[in-house]
Design a protein around this ligand. Structure first.
Ligand code: 4NP
Length: 158
């Protein structure tokens, strides 16, 4: 099972999702062979480490994002990944437009896996205050738990 998290810049939300999900999988399901990556639909920050505000907020919860570097979604991602999870509707729409028809159903909204969340988009924290980064982490931690549950259920069914 290969999972790709996607936001706009790949410096705030999707690398946060990558690191949080990596941590949960390493702790709770190392046997499932889940591969995890993240990418952005825009190329502004390619090669950059995650935003320092994301890194600091994540580190306060024990997640080290320092080794990550931004990249863009590439055509081959649509054939490589089983689940391509968009952080918000804008990136979901962009992915659907770029994807070959056969890959479209593998593109989902990440917060589908956090059914109790009051929002469907992980809000873009880039131009907001520090609370935005905490909200991003809260939403991502909830959805990451739901996602692992979903993958476990699918694995049992297979
Ligand atoms: P991300 O946040 O999509 O969560 O990585 C953003 C990062 C950069 C920009 C927008 C959103 N930007 O406009 O540069």
């Amino acid at each position: 099972m290969k999972v790709l998290f996607v936001c706009l810049g790949n410096i705030c939300r999707s690398p946060t999702a990558e690191i949080v999900f990596r941590e949960i999988v390493a702790r709770e399901a190392p046997d499932l062979g889940i591969e995890i990556d993240s990418a952005g639909t825009a190329a502004y920050h390619v090669g950059s480490p995650p935003d320092s505000r994301s890194r600091q907020a994540a580190l306060r919860r024990g997640y080290d994002m320092s080794a990550l570097r931004a990249r863009v979604v590439e055509t081959q991602d649509f054939s490589l990944y089983d689940l391509i999870l968009a952080m918000d509707r804008q990136n979901f729409d962009t992915l659907k437009q770029r994807a070959p028809t056969a890959a479209r159903e593998r593109i989902r909204m990440f917060l589908e896996f956090a059914p109790d969340a009051e929002v469907t988009d992980v809000p873009d924290p880039y131009y907001g205050g520090p609370n935005g980064f905490e909200e991003v982490l809260d939403l991502i931690e909830a959805a990451a738990r739901g996602l692992l549950q979903h993958i476990r259920t699918e694995a049992r069914r297979a």
